[in-house]
Design a protein around this ligand. Sequence first.
Ligand code: OAD
Length: 243
Amino acid sequence: MDEAARQCAELINDSKNVVALTGAGISTSCGIPDFRGPRGLYVTRQYDPEKVFDINHFRKDPKPFFEFAQDFLNLQNNLQPSFSHRFLASLEKKGKLSGLITQNIDLLHQKAGSQSALEIHGSFWKSYCQTCGKKYSFEETAEKIFTSGIPMCEDGIIKPDIVFFGENVKRLDEAIAMCESADLLLVIGSSCVVQPAAGLPGLTSGKVIVINLQPVDLGMANVVLQVNQDMDEFLKAVEFEVG
Ligand code: OAD
């Protein structure tokens, strides 16, 4: 691990345009299950991801999503960012990270102090009425979810601004531009099987480092280092070397 951490730190220090792409694995140590990891939702079926995050299912029956949302909001107040969230925020602060793309909706990059996280799957931060388009804040939506289960506007359901299966991801052009111009892309805690995010590493002509418990197949991407272990432990060693 020390040699891999040293290599990773050296690549970060020697690169001019470092970008990170994160997935659900960065939040597992905070207590949020991922999807396809060893204890992910597709394994435990604690929630059924096909029902909870599918827009066609949501339009027919939004209850499974709001049951998940209630549990998630209960957790949210006490959630603390992981070491890895804080590591990326500190890299940004030091001017060593020029872009951060996340597939996560949990707001933990912001909580860790990252200023520029590009949330391509949206977040709970704002919500919209599905009928009239009225915007609701995080607090307003959370209160309505807790009081009525399904948050309602005058005549429509209020949906948090999260990208469901069947919807377009957000700010994809910006994410593509970031990856195309990166000379080093850190892919952290993502199985990289859900498009279009999964295709982003293939767009960089720079080097790619994968940090993920399970091996990730990035096809044609220029993967120079694949670290298959706990990211918090690994990045602690990297931080020591980055200085
Ligand atoms: P996945 O659950 O597919 O992948 C998370 C990866 O993180 C897994 O391969 C785990 O092995 C790894 N992992 C978990 N804990 C780790 C740790 N402590 N250290 C290192 N690696 C760890 O999550 P995503 O790739 O983010 O989309 O999933 C992509 C999208 O699929 C999600 O944004 C969501 C989902 O369906 C929508 O809901 C639209």
